[in-house]
Design a protein around this ligand. Structure first.
Ligand code: URA
Length: 424
């Protein structure tokens, strides 16, 4: 087979055969297709799309490019959640312990942040001593000890996706629904979970800006999961404003611990409980309700065991940034808009995120919101507190907040409901 023939089929709007897909993914993983040829194929896919059978086969080929994990030795069903990424999305931190406290096992492979969206591993690494990299045996040990484990994916899992994602990142080919769906689902299916809940974010701070695009992505992923025997459900959830009050790393860990202690912002609590119920139902586990696990301290017990089992000290003080700067309400009225993208870029520029994969992140940097859309505010009251290790970072962060919020006398907030739609 020849790479140019495969590229021409997609370039001309045709449909790839299963044989062409298997060959292209395998040859690319082995280095037999050049980076520029795969870049051309990815661009042709972005422009001309893929049929559902093509996406399914492409995902299959990416799964077969590496190892598949197996949790059948565990004495309870496995269930996992994947979020397509957003601003202030710390939900994995309270969610994994809550679900484990209700009786399912949660083996979660997570990622790092890139650009304006944060990464779960970066957040957890702000806990002194906590380790993201575990062997499969260590993962099993943490699961046995705590019921939940959150760690980095090893290099053997869907290596085709690892290579292709890095290429898409630098060739303007990330924003393709078939490529996003196959990338996410190849890793989640290879991870070996029995059930999966997809949190597909919609709004300015998300990959998917509109409900129809998010629905298309969710339906594609649910079909792929179901075809592979993974019980898969998707929720479309709001990412037009930040989730919770804290956006950053240590500040999000602190907020998650508040939720585990039975408090915390109501949107974070609501989404944690909703996703936990979906994860338990998909795994066929009934009994304890997630809201009770937050109230009675059992989720907090799992969190402390999970963090300790990965070398972290759950009682240690979290790192704090050296400098703070307050953004004040310009007038009195209703906060009608607090744009997730603007706040996410501000947190990134303050040092909470990275521009390149190899960049370090600041644990203490971020933004804390003191009001949410719909709240009444008074002129001069703090709206946001910016945290950074170096005050030179405030000017650029403030630029990204220019136009990111609006206070209007007599106005009302125009926003998505937190949970927009369920797709099963
Ligand atoms: N996350 C992934 O893992 N892959 C994509 O393509 C986009 C987001």
């Amino acid at each position: 087979m020849d790479a140019i023939d495969v590229i021409r089929v997609k370039r001309d709007g045709g449909t790839l055969t299963p044989g062409q897909i298997d060959w292209a993914v395998d040859a690319y993983t082995r280095g037999a297709i050049a980076e520029e040829q795969m870049a051309a194929l990815a661009m042709a896919i972005l422009l001309n799309g893929m049929t559902r059978p093509e996406v399914a086969r492409w995902t299959d080929a990416m799964i077969r490019s590496g190892e598949r994990m197996d949790w059948s030795a565990l004495d309870r069903p496995t269930t996992d959640k994947h979020s397509t990424g957003g601003v202030g999305d710390k939900i994995t931190l309270p969610l994994a312990p809550v679900v484990a406290a209700c009786g399912a096992a949660v083996p979660q492979l997570s990622g790092r942040g890139l650009g304006h969206t944060g990464g779960t591993l970066d957040k957890l690494e702000s806990i002194p001593g906590w380790r993201a990299t575990l062997s499969t045996e260590e993962m099993l040990g943490v699961l046995a000890e705590a019921g939940a484990v959150v760690c980095a994916a090893g290099g053997g899992l869907a290596p085709a996706d690892r290579k292709l994602y890095a290429l898409r990142d630098v060739t303007g080919t990330v924003e393709s629904i078939p490529l996003i769906a196959s990338s996410i689902m190849s890793k989640k299916i290879a991870e070996g979970t029995g059930a999966l809940v997809l949190d597909v974010k919609v709004g300015s701070g998300a990959f998917m800006k509109t409900v129809p695009d998010a629905r298309e992505l969710a339906e594609t992923m649910v079909a792929i999961g179901t075809d592979h025997g993974v019980r898969t459900v998707a929720l479309l959830t709001a990412m037009d404003r930040p989730l919770g009050d804290a956006v950053g790393n240590a500040v999000e860990v602190a907020e998650s611990v508040e939720v585990l202690a039975g408090g915390g912002p109501s949107d974070v609590v609501e989404l944690t409980v909703t996703l936990a119920r979906e994860m338990l139902a998909a795994a066929g586990v009934s009994g304890k309700d997630p809201a009770d696990a937050l109230r009675d301290g059992t989720a907090m017990d799992v969190w402390r065991r999970m963090i300790s089992a990965q070398g972290g000290d759950p009682s240690a003080p979290l790192p704090a940034a050296a400098e703070t700067h307050q953004v004040l309400a310009p007038s009195s009225g209703v906060l009608t808009r607090l744009d997730a993208y603007g706040v996410g870029v501000a947190a990134w520029r303050l040092g909470a995120g990275r521009a390149r994969k190899e960049d370090p992140v600041s644990s203490g940097a971020g933004v804390v919101c003191h009001a949410k859309p719909g709240d009444r505010v008074t002129a001069g009251q703090p709206l946001l507190t910016l945290h950074a290790d170096d005050e030179a970072r405030f000017a650029r962060a403030l630029e990204s907040l220019d136009g990111a919020f609006e206070v209007s006398e007599g106005g009302t907030a125009d926003r998505h409901p937190l949970v927009i739609e369920r797709i099963a």
